[in-house]
Design a protein around this ligand. Structure first.
Ligand code: NIG
Length: 382
């Protein structure tokens, strides 16, 4: 059954030829977009919905979340707001709670956050393991997540768990843990940062993942300058995430590579870090993505609209740049930019309708819930 969405005041397609269309229409059939363009030339369809001048854009692509967790870190957050610094070691609190939770409890947490995200216009979600940190708990995190989200990343190298020295733990991650988890995930990631894994350990993890056929992602340059970006670019990672502390040479490396710089502004606000320098990245020609980094420690939000508003109001991205980064940029960070984060014939029917006439309202009306309707893979999700 085909469906015509008409009366679109402003259609953001992210397609170079179609661009942004006013007085637009879109036709979907099953899980795919089959037509997009000016309403006056729209083909007939089995049914139609008049959007009465509202803006339509691709659903948000949230390319960085950590949804398989249990427990709560409100106290740590409150201490941070009172002046304590954020430290990688806080992850251990969530590891304890996650290991103690049942499969059903973990699944319920993932589902609740996916539903929360979808209700705000997110239509494609990556999530990571990384709060298990032993073979059985990393494996179950991967298996549970793969039933609930679009893409799963193995992040056994999130923190060195208590009772281990770093090098022996890296051997476990690259050996038995990777053997167990690899069949259930598409990506491998490492937290390359002081207090987590150094450059040599990060390379070992990524190289082992690549040998298992996994794509590469890196948490890098979050809390200080460091080797994360350089390693990500050298190993052709799809994305290096955080990028809060970048040297000129990191920016040049990113600009001359296929590696996306994924910025996580909600995390920087919640950890009292400076916001990343998106403009220098864009001016240099790097591809920028925005993601929520939803997790209980450093960034407890599923709101991509909040990230977009922050990027515009505080990071000086234009609304178009921020929306593109949160849709097409996220898709590129997952190496799926021809399928999702774009609205043109053949793309996945992931559609976000705003209760507003233009995407500018995402920054003009910050904090206001503007999601009016959502189609995810062609199915009405809100
Ligand atoms: O992306 N940086 C490492 N991992 C998460 C933090 C997770 C936590 O604090 O629980 C992040 O910010």
């Amino acid at each position: 059954m085909s469906l015509l969405l008409t009366g679109i005041g402003e259609l953001t397609t992210n397609d170079d030829e179609l661009g942004t269309v006013t007085d637009a229409a879109l036709v979907i059939d099953g899980a795919s977009v089959v037509w997009a363009g000016p309403a006056a030339s729209a083909p007939p369809a089995d049914s139609a919905v008049d959007l009465e001048g509202r803006a339509v854009l691709p659903g948000w692509v949230d390319s960085h979340t950590h949804l398989v967790f249990a427990g709560d870190r409100t106290t740590e957050f409150a201490a941070r707001m009172a002046g304590q610094p954020y430290r990688a070691g806080g992850i251990a609190v969530t590891v304890g709670a996650t290991r103690a939770a049942s499969d059903d409890e973990l699944t319920a947490v993932v589902r609740r956050h996916v539903a929360e995200a979808v209700s705000q216009g997110t239509t494609y979600i990556e999530t990571k393991t990384g709060y298990g940190l032993d073979v059985p708990n990393e494996l179950r995190s991967a298996v549970l997540a793969s039933a609930e989200v679009d893409e799963v990343t193995f992040l056994g190298a999130h923190l060195v768990p208590q009772g281990w020295d770093a090098d022996s733990y890296v051997d476990l991650v690259c050996g038995d843990m990777l053997d167990a988890v690899a069949p259930h995930v598409r990506w491998i990631d490492v937290f390359c940062e002081t207090g987590a894994f150094d450059g040599q350990q990060s390379r070992a993890v990524l190289t082992a993942g690549a040998k298992h056929g996994l794509g590469l992602r890196v948490h890098g340059n979050q809390l200080d300058y460091g080797p994360g970006v350089r390693i990500a670019v050298e190993l052709n990672a799809a994305s290096v995430d955080h990028c809060t502390y970048l040297t000129k040479s990191d920016i040049d490396d990113l600009a001359s590579s296929e590696t996306v710089a994924t910025l996580l502004p909600a995390c920087d606000l919640s950890t009292r870090q400076p916001l990343p320098d998106a403009q220098s990245l864009l001016n240099a020609g790097a591809t920028v993505a925005l993601a929520s980094n939803c997790n209980p420690g450093s960034s407890y939000t599923t709101s991509m609209a909040f990230c977009v508003a922050t990027a515009v109001l505080q990071m000086r991205m234009s609304v178009s740049e921020a929306v593109r980064a949160a849709t097409w940029g996220g898709a590129r960070a997952l190496r799926r930019e021809n399928e999702i984060g774009i609205l043109r014939p053949g793309s996945r029917a992931d559609i976000h309708v705003l209760d507003a006439p233009s995407i500018t309202h995402l920054a003009y009306r910050p904090g206001v819930p503007l999601t009016y309707a959502v189609w995810r893979k062609g199915e009405r999700a809100r």
